[in-house]
Design a binder for this molecule. Structure first.
Ligand SMILES: NC(=O)C1=CN([C@@H]2O[C@H](COP(=O)(O)OP(=O)(O)OC[C@H]3O[C@@H](n4cnc5c(N)ncnc54)[C@H](O)[C@@H]3O)[C@@H](O)[C@H]2O)C=CC1
Ligand SMILES: O=C(O)CCC(=O)C(=O)O
Length: 531
């Protein structure tokens, strides 16, 4: 039974879902990094919000981990690169708290424009400070959105309802979407020059870090109201402090800080500064949404292989997962075959899909093929890590698909281009094809030669010249070594030409056997394959 560690405060709804779906949970909130590392290898899944930080050390210690689920949107607390390299899927819940966070940003905008927290404090202190709080009307003012995705778009809708003009800086916002939302797409300098209020809604990435730098803030209108409910690292906090002190900024309202939990911060106590402790997503509704979603997604992945909202793996729906399963198995086996016979590595990979499989979601199938392919040379690799490992290695990957499949209902062919060596083919390409028949993967072609059979866990692959006596010599050699033959598949180009033997055997043969086989006249290549 899979086991999940819930390492941040999650609604009870998440625990109930895990339990109902037969997944054990431990709830351990507030663990130090060392405490987390000490127990990390016990879990298949790790469910977090923003406080727990699964970095490369935690992920390395979590030797059984398959999935990290973020109950929320921002994943800057998770080392996705390390997770990918270790084959751990990282998933988030992209919509569950978007409305709540947009509402918080709008609340912060009003709170800043009317200095509601300070007015509240003064009033409740018995000062009746009516003259101290002359605010700013927001109607017909210009709101500048930095980031116009899920949350930004919802803020835009609400701001339009308040009769504000909305401009947005977001390099990935299309003109069509901007028109649909009724926002004007602008560059950052234009936004800075025109906005009366700026609100940030981008993820924290290398590109967005310090996007509101001192220089950028200096370009903003005097009297700007600045709202940050996205991430602390997006804004230069020291510059904001100075600009609140000197009045360049009229007010600022931040939910997020460069260092969290922010027990101290340069902004605390600044004039017209409002702070909340990362409450953007903190409503009953949002917490219920993200908890339900993350628990369902993690359970789906752990129990059926369905992948939703993953940041480092293609999606596979719960309906697709069982349909894709045999193709994933076939692709992985073909990849493993190709990887094991590419003794000198490969420079290029082509995957061809024919027939029924061409119409399916092929991304996970390709990832499985690459996982099999890389396994022989890289060992610890899986469908999550394989595509990025291949991309980083500079090996070119291409894919073709055709609905036609002349012989089989479905066919996957993997071709790898091996470096030219004394032993390699004339063309430098190795090619293998297989099909799924009655739900089982079968190999149907090796080096362009038809050959039909099931995969066994250990197989002997021999590439020889088709001459009388060879099969007898091979059988005798296996018999002498005490190796039982389970299956025997032969293929050849033409009489007396190049031929293939693929033999399923019960158990691993001694190393000397392949050496003896290699030494047989007419044998070009012999290898024990593991599937
Ligand atoms: N305060 C809180 O409790 C919460 C904070 N957040 C934060 O809000 C962020 C945004 O969330 P969503 O809107 O759901 O994400 P999203 O992915 O839907 O939208 C982000 C937008 O930022 C844009 N973007 C990316 N790079 C950019 C750049 N260099 N300059 C300008 N725009 C850029 C993207 O094109 C995208 O449209 C999250 O990444 C998270 O960090 C999210 C939820 C709660
Ligand atoms: O989980 C939380 O409270 C923070 C939410 C958040 O920042 C996010 O979803 O990105």
């Amino acid at each position: 039974m899979p086991k999940v560690l819930i390492a941040d405060d999650l609604s009870q709804a998440a625990v109930d879902i895990f339990t109902n779906r037969g997944i054990d949970t431990d709830i351990k909130v507030g663990l130090s990094k060392d405490e987390l590392i000490a127990i990390a290898d016990q879990y298949d899944g790790l469910a977090v919000r923003s406080a727990c930080k699964p970095d490369a050390d935690v992920i390395a210690a979590a030797t059984n981990l398959k999935v990290i689920g973020r109950a929320g949107i921002g994943v800057d607390n998770i080392d996705i690169k390390a997770a990918t390299a270790k084959g751990v899927v990282v998933m988030n819940t992209p919509f569950g708290n978007a409305v709540t966070t947009a509402e918080h940003a709008v609340a912060m905008m009003f709170a800043a424009a009317r200095q509601i927290p300070a007015a509240d404090q003064g009033t409740q202190a018995g000062k009746w400070p009516k003259k101290s709080f002359v605010g700013t009307e927001l109607s017909y003012k210009t709101l500048g959105l930095i980031g116009c995705g899920n949350i930004g778009a919802r803020v835009a809708e609400r701001a339009k309802g308040l009769t504000m003009k909305v401009v947005a800086y977001d390099p990935f916002l299309t003109e069509e979407r901007a028109i649909e939302l009724g926002v004007e797409k602008v560059d950052l300098d234009t936004l800075l020059a025109r906005a009366d209020v700026i609100t940030l809604h981008t993820p924290l990435t290398d590109q967005t870090r310090n996007i509101l730098s001192r220089e950028a803030l200096a370009k903003a209108k005097k009297g700007l109201i600045l709202v940050n409910c996205a991430r602390g690292g997006l804004v230069d906090e020291a510059a904001v402090r100075e600009m609140l002190d000197n009045g360049h900024l009229a007010a600022a309202a931040f939910d997020v800080f460069a260092e969290e939990p922010a027990k101290e911060n340069i902004l605390f106590g600044a004039p017209n500064f409002i702070a909340t402790p990362h409450l953007g997503a903190a409503t009953v509704e949002a917490q219920e949404n993200v908890a339900l979603q993350v628990a369902e997604q993690m359970s789906d992945y752990l129990l059926s292989g369905a992948v939703t909202n993953a940041l480092n793996m293609p999606s596979v729906t719960a309906d697709e997962a069982p349909r894709l399963k045999p193709f994933i198995e076939l692709a992985e086996k073909l990849g493993a075959f190709a990887g094991q016979v590419s003794d000198h590595g490969f420079e290029e990979v082509v995957i061809e899909y024919e027939g029924e499989v061409a119409e399916l979601n092929r991304k996970p199938v390709t990832a499985a093929a690459l996982s099999g392919l890389l396994h022989a040379s890289r060992g610890d690799v899986n469908m999550v890590s394989a595509p990025s490992i291949l991309a980083e290695s500079g090996v070119k990957l291409s894919e073709t698909k055709t609905e036609e499949s002349p012989v089989y209902d479905n066919l996957i062919r993997i071709k790898v281009k091996v470096p030219r060596t004394a032993n390699s083919d004339e063309t430098g390409w190795r090619s293998l094809a297989g099909t799924v028949s009655a739900g089982r993967p079968r190999i149907v072609e090796v080096k362009g030669m038809p050959l039909e059979g099931a995969f066994s866990s250990v197989m002997l692959y021999v590439n020889n010249i088709d001459k009388p006596g060879f099969i007898g010599a091979l059988g005798a050699m296996l018999g002498e070594a005490g190796i039982n033959i389970a299956t025997f598949h032969l293929g050849r180009q033409d009489t007396g030409g190049e031929a293939i033997a693929l033999i399923g055997i019960d158990g691993l043969p001694p190393h000397e056997l392949t050496e003896k086989l290699d030494a047989l006249p007419h044998v070009r290549y012999a290898k024990v394959l593991n599937f």
